[in-house]
Write a protein that binds this ligand. Structure first.
Ligand code: SAM
Length: 376
């Protein structure tokens, strides 16, 4: 490889040429590498299918950093062949990598047909993930991981509810916590697709970067779709309250606040369980510390702290608007809620929002109390 236009990302050195590379997605690659490395430690092997590779950066990093034993690298764009083969030449030479230029669904079907299942299937496409929501599972080993991307935020955030029905089989409406909803729709949709094959899934971690939604899921050997973990979220546009709604409550719930009765606007069905697995996240954090990836340690700590909360968050904007006073800093409001025995934590999804088990009215009351104290 000549040195012209060389890019270095962690242990990988490569060129982009006419292939795809987005430096801002490094955080999604970093977390993928951490999870893959933990998987290799636990299972002693790591065979990766990088189904939409672009310039090959993920394949390189899974090999060089996670210790992947074997990688099937694929991209449907044959025009990138010279640059991709140049980038992967060292591992091609070691017989660690196979490259193909097919539609990802073709590859998934081939894997299924040949009973050739992978430990990690990375599906990093453009826009909507809908063509791969079920097919990617055909290529995944039971107990293995799938790492799925969506960059189609508009559909799941409630701007295109009918398209959401088409993509996720769920009706998505707009509300302040709608980015968390996209992650939940993605997980819920894979959960439902897996259930049709009598399989289940467990979220290892879920990530929103501001542009990209990513979920890392583990494939389980039996369906875990239940009326408890797959359901609805209601949002009251009048008073800003949320409610987790189960199937048997549909049509029966109304928002009753201060003698006003308002209908909830309902989105779903979607995943209502935790967005991450506590143990796996903890192991990823320990590894990130060992590798001195301090920014990732910080992110994983926030993700750890957002576990075991209701499936939505309150934005400071909503709290301020409804409380009609200036809203304090996020950390101050969280501290004051914690001091009074409520659970509250930041969310990685929105830098101006909190996850809490306190009611919105409590958040407004505490926020106003801090504001009044400041003006005294
Ligand atoms: C977002 S880029 C991948 C980026 C890469 N994983 C990374 O981290 O830099 C999406 C890639 O998927 C390829 N692609 C799009 N649709 C595909 C399909 N159906 N099958 C295989 N590859 C596809 C595109 O050619 C493009 O290179």
């Amino acid at each position: 490889m000549n040195n012209h236009n060389l890019i270095i990302e962690e242990k990988a050195t490569f060129r982009v040429g006419n292939a795809f590379y987005r430096p801002q997605s490094k955080v999604t690659r970093d977390l993928g590498v951490l999870a893959a490395t933990i998987y290799k430690h636990k299972h002693g092997q790591l065979r990766v299918l990088d189904a939409m590779t672009g310039c090959g950066i993920r394949a390189l990093r899974y090999y060089l950093e996670s210790g992947a034993d074997e990688i099937l690298v694929n991209d449907s764009n044959l025009d990138i062949k010279p640059i991709l083969e140049d980038n992967l030449q060292d591992i091609l030479f070691l017989n660690k990598v196979k490259i193909s230029y097919k539609n990802a669904n073709h590859i998934f079907f081939e894997c299924y047909n040949n009973k050739d299942y992978y430990d990690l299937v990375d599906v990093d496409g453009f826009g909507s993930p809908s063509p791969y929501l079920s097919t990617m599972l055909w290529a995944t080993k039971i107990g293995g991981l799938v790492y799925l991307t969506s960059t189609d935020g508009r559909t799941g955030t409630g701007h295109l509810p009918e398209k959401s029905l088409q993509v996720y089989g769920s009706y998505a409406r707009s509300h302040p916590a709608c980015q968390e909803q996209v992650l939940r729709l993605l997980i819920g949709s894979v959960l439902q697709q897996a259930a049709t094959m009598e399989l289940g899934i467990k979220p290892i971690f879920s990530l929103f970067t501001g542009q990209t939604y990513r979920v890392m899921l583990q494939l389980l050997n039996k369906s875990n779709l239940t009326l408890d973990n797959y359901g609805f979220i209601g949002y009251c546009h009048e008073c800003g309250h949320y409610k987790r709604i189960s199937w048997h409550q549909l049509g029966k719930v109304q928002c009753v606040q201060e003698k006003n009765i308002n209908p909830y606007v309902i989105s779903g069905p979607m995943w209502l369980g935790n967005l991450h697995d506590r143990d796996y996240l903890g192991e990823m954090k320990t590894l990130a510390k060992e590798w001195r990836w301090l920014k990732r340690v910080e992110l994983l700590s926030v993700m750890e702290n957002e576990l075991d909360f209701p499936p939505y968050f309150y934005t400071l904007g909503e709290i301020g608007k409804r409380g009609k006073l200036d809203v304090p800093k996020r950390s101050q409001l969280i501290q004051s809620l914690n001091d009074q025995g409520y659970r509250a934590a930041p969310t990685h999804i929105n830098a101006e929002a909190i996850k809490t088990n306190a009611d919105l009215n409590i958040c407004i009351e505490f926020s106003n109390a801090i504001s009044r104290q400041k003006t005294l």
